[in-house]
Design a protein around this ligand. Sequence first.
Ligand code: FE2
Length: 197
Amino acid sequence: MNNTTDIFDKAKIEVQKLWANHKELSNFVNFPKNLVLNSLKSQKTSVTDKLFNWNKNLNTKLLELHKAISDLSPYVNWEQGYKEKEVGKDFLNKYGFFELIGPTGHFQTSEMALYVNFLDKNAYYPWHNHEAEELYFIVSGEAKFESKNQKEEILSSTKTRFHKSYQPHAITTLDQQILSFVIWKNKFENISKIVQQ
Ligand SMILES: [Fe+2]
């Protein structure tokens, strides 16, 4: 790798390969054609270095993909999406995401959005919901997924979980961090709201 564009291209190729190999993804939404690399500013957050340095205790079936995504970490526009009063300081120390593909993402398209989510170990992502239908795809690590009117389950590498429009969901990590893709068919307002259960 010699420059940032190569690092982004490598990540795009790995995500494209993933779509070709996992029906759950291609059935949910087609991988967009003609993605254009935007020059977004990089923005660090509490988990930027944690993802970049995560190469020990890797629980993944997708090593190349994991590496391609963690290599991006210093160059992407990390966000958190919530305020401390909504989710607490501890959560914000352990959580971050970036829009790799989407209307305002590093790769621009109006056809879908793919957010890369990182959640550190021993974290609780409180119940929340949003208008967009959503598919989680786990790249590495492990977490417990809960959603309303559905059985909870522990998900690890290559597993998926679908959330309907406005279906509340929550995520808990134990002794492992988790790297996942969050895929939205439509971006809508890009607002997740914390909800009481
Ligand atoms: Fe969600």
